[in-house]
Every structure is written in structure tokens, then in C-alpha cells.
Unconditional design. Structure first.
Length: 451
């Protein structure tokens, strides 16, 4: 990091940031209260609220959102007449999956080979610390030059829309001139990046029934319709021979004309097993940012261990569909449900249920906020020019905010670069990225105030 008072302050605060991130990661704040205690999420929310109060925030509140979770809000007043910037992160995390597959415990922040490992370290408890570091650095170097609102969501990973509905019901709460969403990531470590598009998403549960009950496969197999086999055929119909997503009526030929993703680098980032081909057509960027992508998230059927020789009467699956900007998620949901129903074989009974949904997002990169961020990132990352990239994931709140506050400028940055392995085992954050992005955010706030 080049010599700069803000950068020097952030560097001096990093040991404290590591301690605080360890405290926050220790909360098992998964917003699925059938699997994880509600008290863990409430503890994380209280931690964030206390941190905001310590920094002088006013009106700090735990907001009870319609999905039964809490979002944390706080307001830090700036100079009279200053602009207002909303800083977003979320404190809820993905489940740790198989805890035995983690090298170190998922809810215990552990340093290894220059990275800090733990569930939520990058996605997105590290984002909470990024905002705190930026504000502390400004307070130590002349003060925070804008009014700041912070909102930390408690159910982003579940996609249940609690904060979205709350914001719609209280539209004045999150009004701002600019919004920094701290839940994205650099294209790679050391390359400053703003995310300019997010794919939307929909999830549909499909159930197929063929029999009144399971049957002996020796006595009835060959004529009795197998619900699991029918489900497999339905799911296979969602992909072409090359693996491209094929949902009837859904366009899948758009191209990405921005930063490109080298195929060899993608294979490395995705940890594709040697000899296994990538799926789909077009460039990697086309496939992950500009086109729809279907994923079978889970199947309800007998496990291999303990399976009996039976023809299955019922089978169920959860299907996710990511949709690019320009495609309405509501319409995509209808097309997906219609496709699943139309491709069910043998007259089997099929039932589809919409589970979750979020619209795609595209940012306006011509706004003054982007110029302010580009200047800030050039200082935080000497010799590097800010890049624009897409992200295959979804943050439905972005479109809610864009709809509620059409004049607000929205930027997406964050710590979820490829090495972070968010949502997977052994999630980690680069402390160097945390430091540099905190500097960039602080300088952005200063630049934006002066613009």
C-alpha cells in the first residue's frame, strides 16, 4: 500500500479488524432456524448494532423484517448539506455444509497461508468490517464527509426477501444519493473491480407422482412407471447436449462484451477436475454473466445406503434458474414451471411450486459515483485500473433499491474474489483485499463528497 494517511490508518487497524471478524464469524448466523438456533443470528445482529453505536451511529435499530429475521440499521450524520451514502452488507451466512470437510472449524476464524478462513469471512461478515474500517480511517483523518447509513441484512443467503419487503414498507429509511453494496468481489485478488450486472434468480420445487406407493422392482419393474426415472428425464430436458440451459421460450444467446474470463483460469478457479469439459456455448463470460443457467440444487429420493429394490412412487427436486439482465424473473419462473410440466413423461402427475425469486440488476456506470470509485481504487491498488465485471450470483435487494430510489447511484464491491470460495467448504478472505478495499471505500466517500 502506498504512503497515504488513510491507508496507514487502515493498516494500523488490521489487527483489531481480525479480532472483530473472529468474533463475528463465531456466530452461526444461518437464517434457517430449522437447522440453526435463532439466537446465533440475533447474537450477530446485536454485535453489528453494538459496533455501530461504538462508532457514533444514531438511531441504531434491529429491524424485524417480514421473513422473521432482523436487519441492523444505523445513521451517522455528516456535515450539513452533505450527500448521503448507504453502505450495505449482510451478517447471515450459508450453512457450512459438511463440517468434517473443513480443514479448520467453519465458525472459528483461522489464519493459514496468508488468508483468514471461516464461514462468512468473505461473504459477507468481512463486508461489515470493510465498512467499519473505512469509516474509522476517515474519522482519524479529518472526519466522515458524508451522511452515512448502514444496513446489515439478516437473511440475504436464504433469499426470503425480508429486507426487500421492509424497505418497500418504509421507503424513507434507506434513501441515499449513492449506495455501496459490499457483497460482490474483485475479478481476482489484486485487480480492483466493480460488479455492474447481477443475474436474477428463481427457485422452483418440482414433485412427480406415479404410484400410490412403492412397489417391488422385481415384481412390477418394467411396466410400473418409476417417479424417480421420470424426474431424471424432466431434469435432463433442461440442458442441451453441450450442457447449455434450455428452458422452452427462454432466450439463451446473449453475449458479454466487457472483461473476459480466461477459460484456463476459470477451470482453476472453479476447481474443475482434469479431463472434465466445461458446459455450455460461447465465452465463459457469456455463460456465467449474460445467459440463463439452471442448477439442480437437490433431489429427494432414497439414499444409496439402505436403498431397497423398489419402484419409486414419488420423487422431488429443487431447481434453480439464474437469469441475466433483460429477462424478467417472474416470466422466467412461469417458463421454467411450464417447461417442467410439459416435459414430464408417461402422463405422470407433476406439481411445481415457486420457492424464491429475484430480479437481475444492471448498474449505470456513467454516474459520478463510478468516477469517484475509479479514482479511489487507483490509489488503493497502485498501477491498477478499475475493471467492470459481471457476477453470476443474485442480490435481489439491488433491484428493490433501484426501484425505490431511481436517482441513487449503486456500486457493488466486496471481498468475494474466486479464491474466497464462498458458499463452499474452507471459505476464506484475503486480509490484503480487506485492507485495500477498506482504503478504496474510504477514499471513495471522500471523493464522492467533493464531487
Amino acid at each position: 500500500m502506498s504512503s497515504n494517511p488513510v491507508a496507514e490508518t487502515v493498516a494500523s487497524l488490521m489487527p483489531r479488524a481480525r479480532t472483530e471478524l473472529a468474533e463475528l464469524v463465531a456466530f452461526k448466523s444461518v437464517a434457517d432456524f430449522d437447522q440453526f438456533p435463532r439466537s446465533e443470528s440475533e447474537g450477530a445482529a446485536t454485535w453489528v448494532a453494538d459496533a455501530l453505536r461504538t462508532e457514533g451511529f444514531q438511531d441504531v435499530a434491529l429491524l424485524d423484517t417480514p421473513d422473521g429475521t432482523q436487519s441492523v440499521y444505523g445513521y451517522l450524520p455528516g456535515p450539513e448539506g452533505a450527500k448521503t451514502v448507504l453502505l450495505y452488507a449482510h451478517y447471515d451466512v450459508q450453512p457450512p455444509l459438511d463440517e468434517s470437510a473443513w480443514t479448520t472449524p467453519p465458525f472459528e476464524l483461522t489464519e493459514r497461508e496468508g488468508r483468514w478462513y471461516g464461514r462468512g469471512a468473505a461473504d459477507c461478515k468481512g463486508g461489515v468490517l470493510m465498512h467499519l474500517l473505512a469509516l474509522r480511517a476517515l474519522k482519524a483523518n479529518g472526519g466522515v464527509p458524508v451522511h452515512v447509513k448502514v444496513i446489515a441484512e439478516g437473511s440475504e443467503e436464504m433469499g426470503t426477501g425480508g429486507l426487500e419487503r421492509y424497505a418497500e414498507q418504509h421507503p424513507d429509511l434507506l434513501t441515499a444519493d449513492a449506495i455501496v453494496i459490499g457483497d460482490a468481489g474483485n475479478f481476482r485478488v489484486g485487480l480492483p473491480t466493480v460488479t455492474t450486472i447481477l443475474r436474477g434468480m428463481t427457485q422452483v420445487r418440482v414433485r412427480i407422482d406415479t404410484l400410490q406407493g412403492n412397489l417391488h422392482s422385481g415384481q412390477f419393474g418394467g411396466a410400473a412407471p418409476d417417479a424417480l426415472s421420470a424426474l431424471i428425464r424432466v431434469l435432463d430436458s433442461l440442458r442441451a447436449e453441450d450442457g447449455s440451459t434450455t428452458v422452452d421460450g427462454l432466450p439463451a444467446t446473449s453475449v458479454w462484451d466487457g472483461l473476459q474470463y480466461d477459460e484456463a483460469q476459470f477451470r482453476k478457479d472453479a476447481k474443475v477436475v482434469d479431463g472434465v469439459e466445461l458446459i455450455g456455448a460461447g465465452t465463459v463470460a457469456d455463460r456465467i454473466w449474460a445467459r440463463p443457467a439452471v442448477t439442480v440444487l437437490g433431489i429427494d429420493c432414497p439414499p444409496v445406503v439402505g436403498a431397497t429394490p423398489s419402484v419409486q412412487a414419488s420423487a422431488r427436486a429443487l431447481v434453480s434458474l439464474r437469469v441475466p439482465p433483460g429477462v424478467d424473473a417472474v416470466e422466467a419462473t412461469k417458463l421454467l414451471q411450464a417447461h417442467l410440466e410439459a416435459h414430464t413423461p408417461w402422463g405422470a402427475r407433476v406439481h411445481t411450486e415457486h420457492v424464491a425469486q429475484g430480479q437481475a440488476f444492471r448498474a449505470d456506470t456513467t454516474s459520478p459515483a463510478y468516477a469517484a470509485m475509479a479514482e479511489a481504487m487507483a490509489v488503493a491498488y497502485p498501477g491498477q485500473e478499475m475493471q467492470y465485471a459481471g457476477q453470476g450470483g443474485s442480490i435481489p435487494l439491488c433491484n428493490t433499491l433501484a426501484t425505490l430510489y431511481p436517482e441513487a447511484e449503486i456500486l457493488l464491491i466486496g471481498l468475494s474474489e474466486p479464491e474466497a470460495q464462498i458458499h463452499a467448504v474452507n471459505e476464506s478472505v484475503s486480509p490484503q483485499e480487506l485492507e485495500r478495499l477498506s482504503v478504496a471505500e474510504a477514499l471513495f466517500l471522500r471523493n464522492y463528497a467533493a464531487g
